[in-house]
Design a protein around this ligand. Structure first.
Ligand SMILES: C[S@@+](CC[C@H](N)C(=O)[O-])C[C@H]1O[C@@H](n2cnc3c(N)ncnc32)[C@H](O)[C@@H]1O
Length: 483
C-alpha cells in the first residue's frame, strides 16, 4: 500500500494538486464558493479535460470522471483494488475525499454532505477544516519527545506534529477513522505513527506524553448521533473528562492542548465551570472562550453541518435539541481553547478568559510565553517584583483618549500589536512606566522617579503598584527582563 500511496502522492504533486495549484486552477470565485461549501462554480470551472481539473473533480468535488480523462499514470486499477475508487461504465468515482493540506501533505476523509445528499453515516469521518486548523495553530511549536493525538479522525493533527515530535501515538474510537488516517499519513509521506483504537485515554493506559493534542467530539447534544463530533457523553462531560484525565498521561513539564465547548447554565458563571475543570488537574491552566452562541444558533449550526436543513426531520431534531437545552437551563454554549501544563508547581495557576478578537497566528508560536507570563506573574512576590527589571512588550502602543484640547486624557490604553493583541486601560503610573522601562533598571527606582514626577508618596506607590503591574505582566504588557 505504501508504494501505491507514494506513487499517487508524486502524481498529485506533479499535476499541481496542491492548495495553491487548486486555487489557481479554480480561480477566486469558484475557490471562495467552495470554501462556503458551494461546489457549483468549481464544477463549472473544471469542465475541461486537463489533468488537474480532473483530479479536482474526482478527489475534491466527488464528481464521477471519464476514465479516458484520467491523468496519465493514475493507477486506476490499483486504486480500485484498494477501495479508493470505483469504476463503472467507463467512469471513475472516488470513495473518499482527498484534499491537499496546508502542511504540504494530503488528508483523506469522508466527503462532506451537502443539502440533498444521503444522510451521514453514524461513523462518518470528518475532513480537515476550520476547527482542525484552529487547533493546529494553537499547538506549541516546541519540539517534543512523545506526542498523542486523541481523536485523530482523518489524521490531520499528525501532519502538523510530524517533524516536531519524535514519536506520535494517534487514537480514535472509530476504526474507520484510523483506516482513513493511515491513508492521510501514507500520502503525506509520514511513516511509523502508532495508531490505536479506543475511547478517551483507554488505548494508552499508564503511558505519558510530552504533548497531548485533541480536537475532540465537543458538540453538546442530547443524542450523540455522530461520533465525528459528539461523544455520547452527557452535556459537556467529554471535554471535562478529557481535561481531568489528561494530567495522568502528561510527562513532567508536558502540555495538553485541546479545543472544547462548554455550557453556560443559568445562575452559574461559565468561568467557574471551566475554571473548576482546570483547577482539579493540579496543572497550570489557561482556558480561552473565543466565541459564544445562543442555543438556537448552536442547534442550527450543527444541523447545517450534517446537511439536515430542509429534511423532513429538521423540525423534530431542532425541537428536541432546543427543548433539551431548555430543560438543562442552558443559556449559551462557549467555544474555546484549553491549555494545561504540568509544571510540577505546588501552586498551580488557572486563568479563564474571553478573547473574541483576532490574535496573531499561529498562537502556537508564542503560547509557551503566554503561559509563562500568566504563571510567572502570579508567583512573583511584591519584593521580587520591585527588584525585577521590566521591559514593555514589543510593538506596544499607547492611546490617549479624551475631549479635544483637554490637558489630561480621560483614558489611557496600552495596546499590544503582536501576540494576543490585548488592550488594557491603565493609570498614569503604568503608562509612565511603559514609557521609561527598558529592562535596564529595577522597578523600585523607576517607581521612585515616577512618584517624584507625579507628586505621589513613594512608599504608597511602592505598596500599591505591584497589584496592577502583576496583572499587566500576566497579560504580557510587560516582560521581566532576564538579559
Ligand atoms: C472533530 S473530530 C477531529 C478530527 C481531527 N483530529 C481534526 O483535528 O480535524 C473528533 C474525532 O474524535 C473521535 N472520537 C469520538 N468519540 C471519541 C472517544 N470517545 N474517544 C476518542 N475519540 C473519539 C471521532 O471519531 C473523531 O474522529
Amino acid at each position: 500500500m505504501n508504494d501505491l500511496l507514494d506513487r499517487l502522492r508524486e502524481l498529485l504533486l506533479d499535476t499541481g494538486y496542491t492548495i495553491d495549484g487548486v486555487r489557481e486552477r479554480l480561480g477566486d470565485v469558484a475557490a471562495t464558493a467552495l470554501s462556503r461549501e458551494e461546489p457549483v462554480p468549481a464544477l463549472r470551472a473544471t469542465e475541461g479535460d486537463d489533468p488537474l481539473g480532473t483530479l479536482v473533480r474526482l478527489w475534491w468535488l466527488g464528481a464521477a470522471v471519464d476514465v479516458r480523462r484520467a491523468p496519465r499514470g493514475l493507477p486506476v486499477e490499483e486504486l480500485a483494488a484498494a477501495g479508493l475508487v470505483t469504476v463503472e461504465g467507463g467512469r471513475i468515482t472516488s470513495t473518499v475525499h482527498l484534499q491537499p493540506w496546508e502542511t504540504g501533505g494530503y488528508v483523506v476523509s469522508d466527503r462532506k454532505v451537502r443539502p440533498g445528499d444521503p444522510a451521514l453515516r453514524a461513523d462518518h469521518v470528518v475532513g480537515a477544516g476550520g476547527a482542525s486548523a484552529n487547533l493546529a495553530q494553537l499547538v506549541s511549536r516546541r519540539p517534543v519527545g512523545r506526542a498523542l493525538d486523541l481523536g485523530t479522525g482523518c489524521g490531520v493533527q499528525v501532519l502538523h506534529l510530524d517533524g516536531r515530535a519524535e514519536e506520535i501515538v494517534a487514537t480514535d474510537v472509530n476504526p474507520r477513522a484510523l483506516d482513513l488516517a493511515r491513508l492521510s499519513w501514507g500520502l503525506s509521506g509520514i511513516r511509523e505513527v502508532d495508531a490505536r483504537q479506543g475511547s478517551l485515554f483507554d488505548p494508552v493506559p499508564g503511558e505519558r506524553f510530552d504533548l497531548i493534542v485533541s480536537n475532540p467530539p465537543f458538540v453538546i447534544s442530547p443524542a450523540g448521533r455522530f461520533s465525528y463530533r459528539e461523544s455520547g457523553f452527557q452535556a459537556d462531560d467529554f471535554c471535562r473528562d478529557l481535561v481531568r484525565l489528561a494530567p495522568r498521561h502528561l510527562a513532567p513539564g508536558g502540555t495538553c492542548q485541546l479545543l472544547a465547548n462548554w455550557l453556560h447554565v443559568g445562575g452559574e458563571d461559565w468561568q467557574d465551570r471551566v475554571g473548576g475543570w482546570l483547577a482539579e488537574t493540579g496543572c497550570d491552566g489557561w482556558a480561552v472562550q473565543r466565541d459564544v452562541q445562543d442555543p438556537a444558533e448552536y442547534v442550527e449550526l450543527w444541523l447545517r453541518d450534517a446537511a439536515e436543513q430542509g429534511t423532513p426531520r429538521y423540525r423534530e431534531l431542532y425541537e428536541d435539541w432546543l427543548g433539551w437545552f431548555e430543560s438543562e437551563n442552558v443559556t449559551g454554549i462557549g467555544f474555546g481553547w484549553i491549555t494545561l501544563n504540568d509544571s510540577g508547581s505546588l501552586d498551580p495557576v488557572v486563568r479563564v478568559e474571553e478573547l473574541g478578537h483576532r490574535v496573531e497566528l499561529p498562537v502556537g508560536g508564542y503560547v509557551d510565553e503566554v503561559l509563562g507570563s500568566i504563571t510567572g506573574a502570579h508567583r512573583l512576590t511584591d519584593a521580587e517584583l520591585l527588584g525585577a527589571r521590566l521591559a514593555p512588550a514589543d510593538g506596544m502602543l499607547e492611546e490617549r483618549i479624551g475631549p479635544p484640547g483637554a490637558e489630561d486624557p480621560a483614558r489611557i490604553v496600552l495596546r499590544q500589536t503582536r501576540g494576543l493583541r490585548r488592550s488594557a486601560q491603565v493609570g498614569t503610573v503604568e503608562a509612565a512606566l511603559a514609557g521609561v522601562c527598558d529592562g535596564q533598571y529595577p522597578l523600585d527606582p523607576l517607581l521612585a522617579a515616577i512618584a517624584e514626577l507625579t507628586g505621589e508618596d513613594p512608599d504608597d506607590l511602592r505598596a500599591k503598584a505591584p497589584e496592577g503591574l502583576r496583572s499587566l505582566i500576566a497579560e504580557g504588557f510587560f516582560h521581566i527582563s532576564t538579559g
